[in-house]
Design a protein around this ligand. Sequence first.
Ligand SMILES: C[S@@+](CC[C@H](N)C(=O)[O-])C[C@H]1O[C@@H](n2cnc3c(N)ncnc32)[C@H](O)[C@@H]1O
Length: 295
Amino acid sequence: MEVFGNKAHQIILGDAVEALTNIPDNSVDLIFADPPYNIGKNFNGHKEKWDTEDKYLEWCCLWLDLCLRKLKPTGSFYVMTATQFMPFFDIYLRKKLDILSRIIWSYDSSGVQAKKYYGSMYEPILFCVKDRNNYTFNTHDILVEAKTGAKRKLIDYRKTVPTVYSSEKVPGNVWEFPRVRYRMDEYENHPTQKPIALLERIIKASSNLGDLVMDPFSGTFTTCYVAKELGRNSLGIELQDEYVKIGLRRMQLASEFKGEKLKKEIRTFETEKISNSYNLTLFEEPNGTYLHGND
Ligand SMILES: C[S@@+](CC[C@H](N)C(=O)[O-])C[C@H]1O[C@@H](n2cnc3c(N)ncnc32)[C@H](O)[C@@H]1O
């Protein structure tokens, strides 16, 4: 296990269960956990598939319990997993916490175009708190447009003094955010990167300035990056060097990792752009540098 960063933003390179064990109990304000889903995704050559579903769930119970121990009594916990495992998480967690919302993150297209069944177009998120009478929820920071009444500029005559309908409301539990695509600025080389917009809503709603936000399966460190942008402190855990490198760069915590300069990977359309602007052909070297074909 290795620790990087500073007092406000820490990255732990290592196994989540081991790292979580060493974090003080009751110290975290908000946890967002987006673990491997046990669906055979390839995380930088590391295929995430347990021998049986029971073994996957056993492992999940271990880190779920640890997350609950680390959460402050006023803390909030958001957790994701594959649709087929979420019912187990729900039954397990509702004995220990209050589940306040069962959120559907709905998106515009699935990775695989299903032909003989209905393609998967959403991922579930549980929003849980330790104490339903004492938790952070910053309603005014996450309001969205209220389309009915307000949009049509109708007057609400149910009130003592008739008023226009409110033009804003707290979002419901179906959240529409596009998935991160190759051509988007925020794209990093990771198979299950979560969108900045999704984490912005969660962090704005369920934490305050200076609070500690933790993500035990950080991947591209979207959670920690957004936490930093929003003036929160962050703690991210990730098993793979490659992804820790993304986190260190994205959060501007280091410019090098074990002697290697940290640079964002150039995407194919960006090399085309560079090449077109110079009217030159660029050849990629194995070390990631580019040679001008006409040089
Ligand atoms: C679903 S992804 C998280 C994606 C992340 N939310 C993002 O926005 O990029 C799960 C991550 O957990 C990491 N991981 C898998 N097993 C782990 C373990 N035992 N401890 C820590 N991280 C682990 C994987 O390498 C992967 O990057």
